[in-house]
Design a protein around this ligand. Structure first.
Ligand code: EPZ
Length: 421
């Protein structure tokens, strides 16, 4: 297994361009199932999770591919021949977001057989709300042998009130509703920018969705949709990760191709730490202070501080000038980066869903183990700051959500490389 080796102590300087958003690309690729023909997507990040989603679509009979040569950011999904509406366990277990094919399959083909995703490192991550929403639109749902079997002659518009705010749950049910008969009203929806982006794509395909990005989404079902061409929005979590890289190394970095309003909670929190953040030419410039101030963080659904940035911010707080209290309020087990940060000399105490981080003068490089996507990023960030060499192992976790992160950091002056196992 590959590892990343980083030698700390270099301030990052220069410009870096953010890739397309993983958590927008995944539902948008699944939405191609809703229309016959070829959909073309640009600014699709070259990530393991995207490759998995293309594989899931391919096993169903879709034509899928990523262009080579100049435009490797372009992916195509063609729905031409017969579709086998099944997402097998061996693929779904590697990427739970495969469950996003459920809504489109039931809406378009009247049936779906999708493996239950099971839990993952950061939590149980049930999909009860996805199923509740599909049932409310008239789908028959059966759970057999670890699979969800969903059928419906034609889905009918209905009202769904989510008991829990769920990003992919909102996305799955929205994709089911676009072809249902009549009006659907989804309440207590996720408001993430990626939900809004999916609705933008569905409306370009001919859907009639209003309110995406707010907690109430109204969908008037249509009889059919058309394939689409679309450029995926930039990844706000990658942008935030790169901004923290500038902060933790005492750097000065222009993070290009961002949507500032999507970064609001991250920008405000980094300003609290003493960073100077300014908008310029389609990017955000981050200038680190000489001393990072400790700040408290509570993760929340958008527009709160994103749980996907919790580990990265904790990395920064390990070298801040005071004590920071970080509460993880979305997932039940998202502190697995803590024992690894301890190995680097961090002073962190976990009390239930809260971590108390006391800033230390310096971290020391060490061999550490990635456990999940954002934890891996946190360890790389800590390595950029630590004295000496840090080796981050099992970086297949990192490759799920970051496109050539080590190259982007090296171009900013980091001493970092990927070592093939
Ligand atoms: C999406 O996951 C993201 N993934 C996650 O990003 C992100 O951390 C998460 O939203 C929260 O922002 C994609 O978009 C592909 P949820 P999702 O459903 O939709 C509970 C990353 O690092 N819940 O919003 O799976 C659930 O257990 C990944 O890029 C139910 O109880 O998350 C959790 O506690 C990690 N029942 C909370 O809701 C359900 O049916 C939020 O989960 C669904 C969710």
């Amino acid at each position: 297994m590959d590892k990343i080796v980083v030698k700390g102590g270099h301030s990052l300087k220069g410009e870096v361009t953010v890739s397309g958003a993983k958590n927008a690309a995944l539902p948008i690729l699944a939405s191609a199932l809703l229309a016959d023909g070829k959909s073309v997507y640009r600014n699709v990040p070259d990530l393991a999770d995207v490759t998995t989603m293309l594989k899931v679509l391919g096993t169903m009979g879709c034509g899928t591919g990523r262009l080579t040569g100049e435009r490797t950011d372009v992916c195509e999904v063609s729905v031409e021949g017969p579709i086998h509406p099944e997402a097998p366990y061996d693929l779904v277990k590697t990427m739970r977001a495969s469950v996003l094919v459920l809504g489109p399959l039931v809406a378009r083909f009247g049936r779906a057989r999708v493996s239950m995703p099971g839990g993952c490192a950061i939590g149980a991550r049930p999909i009860d709300q996805h199923l509740k929403g599909l049932k409310a639109l008239g789908a028959d749902i059966h759970l057999t042998e670890g699979y969800v079997e969903a059928t419906a002659k034609r889905l009918k518009g209905g009202t769904v009130n989510f008991d829990v705010i769920t990003v992919t749950g909102t996305e799955n049910v929205m994709m089911a509703a676009v072809l249902a008969q009549g009006r659907s009203v989804l309440e207590n929806c996720a408001r993430e920018p990626e939900v809004e982006e999916l609705a933008r794509v569905l409306n370009k395909m001919g859907a009639r969705i209003q309110g995406a990005g707010t907690s109430v989404i109204t969908i008037d079902g249509v009889d059919g949709l058309n394939p689409v061409e679309h450029a995926i929005l930039p990844d706000r979590i990658e942008a935030g990760t790169l901004m923290v890289a500038a902060a933790i190394t005492g750097g000065d970095v222009l993070v290009r191709r961002v949507v500032p309003e999507h970064l609001e909670p991250i920008i405000l929190k980094l300003r609290e730490t003493g960073c100077t953040l300014t908008t310029e030419e389609g990017g955000i410039r981050v200038k680190a202070p000489s001393v990072i101030h400790s700040v408290d963080v509570k993760t929340a659904e958008h527009p709160g501080f994103p749980t996907d940035m919790q580990a990265q911010l904790m990395g920064l707080m390990t070298v801040a000038d005071g004590t920071s209290v970080i509460s993880e309020r979305i997932f039940e087990n998202r502190f697995m980066h803590v024992p690894e940060l301890h190995r680097m000399g961090a002073d962190i105490t976990i009390q239930g869903h809260t971590a108390v981080v006391k800033g230390v003068r310096a971290l020391s490089g060490a061999p550490v183990m990635a456990t999940d996507l954002r934890a891996s990023a946190s360890l790389v960030l800590a390595g950029l700051r630590a004295e000496g060499k840090t080796e981050v192992q099992r970086i297949y976790h990192l490759d799920r959500g970051y496109e050539r992160l080590e190259r982007k950091l090296r171009d900013l002056g980091a001493d970092i490389s990927r070592v093939k196992a």
